[in-house]
Design a binder for this molecule. Structure first.
Ligand code: BV8
Ligand code: ZN
Length: 253
């Protein structure tokens, strides 16, 4: 472990490009419920009942109610130390790329500039008929389903089960995993594909993988370093390490 830690320190001192692959766990300390944890959303309802297109066609009111409820939680919450640390790390590396499965927009709200959202964004919507976008508007829902001028139903721009991921975001994420120096895996159970391919792509390309999670996951044995603890506590420690390494380098040169 110590040897891996030393390796991480040296890598961070020389790294130019780092990637953060994040899941619901990074927003847990902001009060956003995760999906599969003990108090996870899916424990109360089956994702198939809500996060899929047929459920939406069958029962658009329920699906809209669920997303309005989650949007309200997101709007009343804020990014936590983990999101803010990733944003601050942009001052110490040429490139910090965030590849997130989360739809809560917290990485952008925390100041991260390069964010690829593999499962969409809860602030964005579009018409299922003419595909017209209804982004960043507070749709007049009041328990009825918003409809487009063309008469089509408006849906959240979120990737549901059985739906393809946004092509550009996914291919940019693959490239980031192939070309980075270090990839952090933060707060994900890594069971949802193809998003969970990203860490494996980095591994296949010989990148150093660090996992940050409150418990072991499918990826813990794939990662070079698996740090058990809260993202909001561990990531600030990584930032401290980077500051020491980068300042030390400055004094030396
Ligand atoms: C696709 C949007 C191609 C909704 C989500 C059988 C039938 C149908 C499909 C499949 C199947 N088998 C496999 C599939 C493919 C399926 C899939 O992977 N299913 C899994 C569940 C088996 N994938 C898909 O359907 C994808 N599309 O394959 O398209 C295709 C096309 C046509 C036909 C066939 C195939 C689309 C997947 C996207 C689904 N949408 N969300 C919404 O958000 O409302 S998935 C959902 O899971 C969220 O997006 C979430 O981000 C994602 C992953 O979950 P996590 O982020 O990891 O969250 P989780 O709660 O699981 O874990 C939290 C972690 O944090 C835990 O490890 C916990 O320990 C940790 N943690 C907690 N607190 C902290 C912490 N860590 C650090 N600090 C803390 N404080
Ligand atoms: Zn329309």
């Amino acid at each position: 472990m110590l040897q891996q830690y030393e390796k991480l320190k040296n890598l961070l001192a020389s790294a130019k490009k780092i990637v953060f692959f994040t899941g619901a766990g990074i927003s847990a300390e902001s009060g956003i419920p995760t999906f599969r944890g003990k108090d996870g959303i899916w424990n109360k309802m089956k994702p198939e009942e809500l996060a899929n297109f047929n459920a939406f066609l069958r029962n658009p009111e329920i699906v809209w109610e669920w997303y309005q409820y989650r949007k309200k939680i997101v709007h009343q919450a804020s990014p936590n130390a983990a999101h803010l640390t990733i944003s601050e790390l942009q001052n110490y590396f040429d490139e910090v790329v965030v590849v997130t499965q989360n739809v809560d927009n917290f990485h952008r709200r925390a100041g991260s500039k390069i964010v690829y959202e593999l499962h969409g964004n809860i602030e964005k919507n579009y018409c299922i008929n003419c595909k017209k976008r209804y982004d960043d508007v507070n749709l007049p829902v009041e328990n009825k389903v918003p409809t487009c001028g063309c008469g089509g139903l408006i849906r959240p721009d979120i990737v549901w089960f059985g739906e393809f991921l946004p092509e550009e975001a996914y291919s940019l994420s693959e490239t980031a995993a192939e070309t980075c120096d270090v990839l952090f895996i933060v707060g994900t159970s890594a069971v949802v594909f193809p998003a969970a391919n990203i860490p494996y792509i980095a591994k296949r390309n010989g990148k150093f993988l660090i996992e940050v999670n409150i418990e072991k996951t499918e990826l813990s044995n794939v990662a070079d370093l698996s740090l058990i603890g809260k993202a909001g506590e561990i990531l600030p420690q990584i930032l401290q390490l980077v500051k020491e390494e980068k300042n030390y380098g400055k004094n030396e040169s």
